[in-house]
Design a protein around this ligand. Structure first.
Ligand code: C5P
Length: 226
């Protein structure tokens, strides 16, 4: 359990301070990385990052950046100054945007991990078709993953169901991080899900888990079944 618990990233999708204090206390020593996304970052601002770091966690800032290259370069500089460990960027932002992010990283000799978002795990084929991309969802995920590698990113975010195929395409060195983790299927908006054990077996380096831990009265329970 311990070996794999460090590979679970908690998605801190809450603005409840009491709950956050409770989770930090309960999960200290069990997990290493806390993912801070829109909900908690917009509510608390950078204080929540400092709070997590102060509690001994590394921070994965999941703001799924997508903007003009110069803005992204400056955003990555700020991430580095705030001691962010991992940050997400949409691969669809394009080569120039990703290259600027990498140049900020190199300039500050930082080891921040730049992670490429492929296609959000909440999409299924029907929803994705409405966007009118030339390739179907699965092919598009592969396309973005290959570009992330080609452009020098450190890892990708994808659905657990895509891991096996993608490993073959991108090799061993790129980190694969996957949300969409559920012990039971069909509970909410996540459509392309696997269980934690299935995701690790398929080759995930880390899994991101939010609601299955956040909604539980005993957050440690989740780790008993891994
Ligand atoms: O609650 P749940 O386990 O679904 O949380 C998954 C987390 O992963 C959320 O914070 C969500 O924003 C994030 N995420 C995702 N799909 C992606 C990238 C990130 O669900 N492609």
């Amino acid at each position: 359990m311990k070996k794999y618990s460090k590979k679970v990233i908690l998605a801190l999708d809450t603005t409840d301070t009491q709950k956050i204090n409770f989770l930090f206390k309960e999960l200290s020593g069990i997990i290493e990385i806390i993912k801070i996304g829109y909900q908690s970052f917009i509510h608390f601002g950078p204080d929540i990052v400092q709070k997590a770091i102060g509690a001994g966690f590394k921070v994965f800032l999941d703001l799924k950046l997508h903007d003009i290259p110069n803005t992204i370069e400056k955003a990555i500089e700020s991430c580095i100054k705030h001691r962010i460990h991992m940050v997400t960027l949409h691969v669809s932002g394009g080569r120039e945007m990703i290259e600027k992010a990498i140049s900020a990283k190199q300039q500050f000799k930082s080891d921040i991990k730049l992670l490429g978002v492929t296609v959000l795990t909440s999409f299924d084929d029907i929803g994705f078709k409405e966007l009118n991309y030339r390739l179907p969802l699965k092919e598009m995920v592969k396309f973005f993953a290959v570009k992330a590698k080609m452009w020098g990113m450190d890892g990708i975010i994808c659905s657990p169901m895509e891991i096996k195929d993608l490993r073959q395409e991108i090799g061993k060195n790129l980190l694969i991080i996957t949300p969409g983790i559920r012990f039971d299927k069909g509970q909410d908006d996540q459509k392309r899900t696997l269980s934690p054990n299935e995701a690790f077996e398929a080759g995930a380096d880390y899994i991101v888990v939010g609601r299955p831990i956040l909604k539980s009265d005993n957050p440690k329970n989740f780790f008993e079944n891994i």
